[in-house]
Structure formats: structure tokens, C-alpha cells
Ligand binder design. Sequence first.
Ligand SMILES: CC(C)(COP(=O)(O)OP(=O)(O)OC[C@H]1O[C@@H](n2cnc3c(N)ncnc32)[C@H](O)[C@@H]1OP(=O)(O)O)[C@@H](O)C(=O)NCCC(=O)NCCS
Length: 321
Amino acid sequence: MLIQRIETDELVVGLYETYMAGMADVPAPLWQQPRFGAQVTEGSPGSRVEAWAVVEDGRVVAGYGLGFPHYDNPHLAGLFPLVVHPERRRRGLGTALLDHAVGRAREEGRTLLLGDTPVTGPGAAFAAARGWTVTVKEARRVLDLGKADWDGLARMTPGIDGYLLERWTGPAGEDLLPVLAATLDGMNDAPRDVGVEPARLPLERVRAGEERMPRAGEDCYNILARRASDGAPAGITRVFLDADRSTRWGYQGDTTVLKEHRGHRLGLALKLATLFWLREREPQIDRIVTWNAVSNRHMLAINEAMGYELLDEWHEWRLPL
Ligand SMILES: CC(C)(COP(=O)(O)OP(=O)(O)OC[C@H]1O[C@@H](n2cnc3c(N)ncnc32)[C@H](O)[C@@H]1OP(=O)(O)O)[C@@H](O)C(=O)NCCC(=O)NCCS
């Protein structure tokens, strides 16, 4: 079997089609092609990536992407995706690709591999069979904006004396990069695998993430909380939309309140403000999905108070190399 490096757009599209077929039972829209393409050709901001495929009869039937962080976590490699077309499963292709990925990770000096799967189904069965263990337990929750109790949400909106909310859409401009770096650093307080170091966020990394958005087909609604007295950044939430809006879903990401500003209900205020803003500016968006570690009780309490309902559960898996 030939496992070949993905270096052409045609193979990226082939891997995307296999990924769409392979994940068809996941209950939410999958990544659009531009986002997937950016992930397997450019990688996450702060990671270098490579992707590999098995091609049979001119068609990608399986493949994987492997990311290597370079600002932090030089011992880590992230597998996304690892996928085998449903028609070609249980013939050892997944195992061959995983062995190849492990070999590549070792060659790069990496000692820990991480990946995600839904808690049940072939991915989880495969990971368990291949010696991975579960690390972080995660869940996605969804809010149906058509059924949301908007009056209730308005009543729930807390006063946030001493803080101001600032909004922008799209990638952050140069002037906002320092506050973005400071607030995104709060994501380091979210639960993570014991072997993962905090993310380092130099401005060049944050800038690269913002500059990637149009190439990844993403739009972004951002709300930042600042302390009114001195403008210090206190928290942020972001909702990513597919630039073509075809899925009508919004993806909440990066909600964080920095330690010294916790306890003022800023998390709830930020999330509610985003909902009302989206309702006004993007009435075609009908669902917001949010992704949390199951152990992140504060965030879950906020989401449940707002009416988010469980969509599905995921596991992050680890494989020491
Ligand atoms: C996970 C996936 C890549 C496995 O590909 P595959 O080519 O079928 O894997 P293999 O044939 O090498 O399977 C190896 C072992 O994993 C286990 N396994 C794989 N699929 C399984 C399933 N559906 N049910 C139970 N065990 C399964 C078995 O022990 C299997 O060995 P066996 O066939 O001798 O019993 C494929 O199912 C897939 O693309 N799933 C969707 C994407 C995904 O979840 N990726 C995982 C990211 S880590």
C-alpha cells in the first residue's frame, strides 16, 4: 500500500470528500471545505501540518493530517483527521495510517499523539483497540435560536457595572492583537491533557490566526469585555460562521474571562450579548454550537442556564509514543 504525501489541491479535495463520507453520522454540519483545507495544508495557527493519503483507482480512500506545534509543546503531535472511507473499513487501512503517523511523529521528535472522536462509534472502537486512552471528556451543546426563550434570555442578562463590552466582526485588526492575545491566554485555564503545556501566544501567532480566517472561509463575531476604569481586557467570546452561511450554524469558540475578573457574571453577559447581536445581524443563523470539557462546570452552568442542550459527547485520546 502506498501512503503518499498530499501536495496537490486535488488530493486535499479527495481527503475532504473521504472525511465527509467518513463522518456522515456526526449530528452537526462538518467543517466546510475551505476550513478543512486550511487545517490540512496550513495547520492550526502555531502548528506546522502535513497530510498523507491512500489513493486507489485515482480516488483518495483514506488519509490523515498531523500537526506539529512549534511555539509550545514541542513533544506533541495532533492527529486530525484520521479517516477511512466507509466502503474500505476493517481492512487494516486505519492501522496502517496510524502506524505511519506514529512513525512521522517520532521522526519529528514527538512523544505524545492526541486526537478526538465521538464517544461511541468506529473512531472510539479503533482508538481503544490501537492502545489510545481517553484523556479529556468533552461535550457539544446546541442552542436552537428559533426556540430560544428570548424574553427569558433578556431577563437573565446581568448588569456588569464597571465593565464595558466592545464588538467587532471579522479578523482583529493590528490594534486589537495585544488584547486578543491577553484574553485568549485565558483559554489556558480550560481543562487539557496532563501532558499539554499552556499555549504561548506571541503576537505573530495571534496575527497569523486572524489572517487565516478568510482563507479558511470563516467570519467571526467578537465581543470583548474591558474594565471601564482603565480599559484592561477582562474577557472575550467569539462566534465563527461559515463565510457562505450555507450551514446556518454558528460555532462558539474561545469564551474566557481572565482570573482577576471572574465572579462578575461576565461569561454569561458576553455569551448573551453575542446571541442578541447575532439575532439582529444574522437572522438566518438558527443554531449555535458550543464545545466544552465535561469537567468545566462553570461554563456548563452558563450554557445550561441559557437553554443549550446536549448534542453529542466526544473524547480526546492520547497515545504516548
Ligand atoms: C477509525 C477508522 C479510521 C478506522 O479505520 P479502519 O481502516 O476500519 O481500521 P482498521 O481496519 O485498521 O481497524 C483496526 C481495529 O480497530 C477496531 N475497530 C475499527 N473499527 C471498528 C468498529 N467499527 N467497531 C469495532 N472495532 C473497530 C478493531 O479492533 C479493528 O481490528 P479488526 O478489524 O481486526 O477487528 C475509521 O472507522 C474511520 O474513518 N472512522 C471515522 C473517523 C474517525 O473517527 N477517526 C478516528 C480518529 S482517531
